[in-house]
Design a protein around this ligand. Structure first.
Ligand code: NAD
Length: 395
């Protein structure tokens, strides 16, 4: 079993992943600066589920399973020497990097939020890579990226797993073939930081031989995993607010409290989805299949199904009887888009996806309805605008 450092281990994906790996016998060290909990205070909102303070979570895990999770509280991208010392002392087989500001609407709220997201995310990623090289430790870095790096429109082709094979014309009628990173097309400041992460990975892999897997993940839905379900004190977070709530979790909660399902624009935007349980399994698969020394950055699309937003709303509306309300889209994006994504590699490794059709009602009844009393309805609308609104123009 391996030694694993989880950066961002208190977050929505990091917490269940840490428990999943600890349960399977790995030694896990969590690093987190609790910035996500502080953002809840800033936004005056709380996770719909009653997440416990981190020390209580760690105690509960030990009580329930006998396993110990270590924790260090510092800021990746700022406290470089703490990170370097941790890597030198722990000599982890794997470092999993979740420690970034991950909400697109939050990154677009104001100039201060744009600057925070860029500073936090880019410095975090660069410091992790720099410290790996500085430490001389041969570790495998697994990073959580996003499907959003590709943009949401293609010329009809399926989006490949990271690389695009291109043919270029040379002099003398010859042709050359080359794999390039799929052209980046960020739709928000948050997505832009993720596209720039890709260049850090490309560079440190080429220059220093760092072994890296970059997982281009879809929107994660669902709340609990087998491990977080073991005890109420281990419960995972569930964001429903206009900044951090992702579309499906927002619909689930809205249906639980009888609030109309708010669809932005025509709801023709297609998005890729994955259940939180499958996130954990994909990370395990990535750990078990590391790139070899000298191999290029390993990129996998971590998603299991795609849906148009209005189809999701219709599905939930049908099952729960909640009406749908079409509202002005605050984002700067096309009304309608198709998304065809290649995800054969995870399926080839044996991933058995949790489907939306199967899992959705469990989420409505076990989570959204159960904790509906904790919902602050005033926090549901998404008010972060992508562009300044010109006088007389729709937002
Ligand atoms: N949630 C999704 O739907 C989704 C989808 C695609 C990709 N991702 C990616 O997965 C990763 C994790 O997402 P999440 O939903 O768990 O987010 P989250 O905000 O719940 O978790 C991130 C954690 O990292 C910590 N953190 C942030 N910056 C830090 C820093 N500089 N130093 C130390 N700790 C720091 C936060 O306190 C938080 O606990 C992100 O990089 C995100 O881009 C998430």
């Amino acid at each position: 079993m391996g030694r694993i450092v989880v950066l961002g281990g208190d977050g929505f994906c990091g917490w269940p992943t840490s428990l999943y790996l600890s349960k399977r016998g790995h030694d896990v060290v969590l690093v987190d600066n609790l910035s996500r909990r502080k953002i809840d205070i800033e936004l005056e909102v709380e996770s719909l589920t009653p997440i416990r303070p981190l020390s209580e979570r760690l105690r509960a895990w030990h009580e329930v399973t006998g396993e110990t999770l270590q924790f260090q509280d510092f800021t990746i991208g700022e406290h470089y020497h703490r990170l370097l010392t941790l890597i030198k002392e722990e000599r982890p087989d794997v470092i999993i990097h979740f420690a970034e500001q991950r909400a697109a609407p939050y990154s677009m709220k104001s100039p201060a939020h744009k600057r925070y997201t860029v500073n936090n995310n880019l410095n975090a990623t660069n410091d992790v890579l720099c410290a790996i090289v500085d430490s001389g430790v041969d570790t495998h870095l697994v990073h959580l990226g996003t499907m959003g790096v590709y943009g949401y429109g293609t010329s009809g082709m399926r989006i490949p797993e990271g690389y695009l094979r291109v043919k270029v014309d040379l002099e003398g009628g010859h042709q050359a073939e080359q794999d390039i990173l799929y052209p980046a097309n960020p739709g928000s400041i948050y997505h832009m930081t993720k596209t720039q992460d890709q260049l850090f990975f490309y560079y440190y892999n080429k220059n220093d031989g760092v072994r890296i897997t970059d997982l281009h993940q879809g929107v994660v839905w669902g709340t609990q995993t087998a491990e977080t379900d073991l005890d109420e004190r281990l419960i995972n977070r569930f964001d429903y607010d206009g900044d951090y709530g992702t579309v499906l979790n927002r619909f689930l909660m809205q249906s639980a409290i009888g609030y109309p399902l708010t669809v932005h624009g025509t709801g023709g935007q297609t998005r890729a989805f994955i259940h939180i349980r499958d996130t954990c399994r994909c990370i395990e698969i990535a750990i078990e299949n590391p790139p070899q020394l000298g191999e290029r950055v390993n990129i996998l699309n971590q998603m299991t199904e795609t849906h148009r937003v209005r189809e999701l709303a219709e599905l939930i509306s049908e099952k729960t009887g909640t009406p749908i309300e079409y509202v002005t889209n605050p984002r700067n994006e096309a009304d309608e888009n198709d998304l065809h994504v290649v995800n054969e590699r995870f399926l080839g490794y044996g991933l058995e996806p949790t489907t939306l059709e199967d899992g959705i009602m469990t989420e409505v009844s076990d989570i959204a309805r159960k904790y509906a009393g904790r919902c602050d309805r005033s926090k549901i609308p998404s008010t972060s605008l992508w562009r300044k609104v010109e006088a007389g123009q729709p937002a």
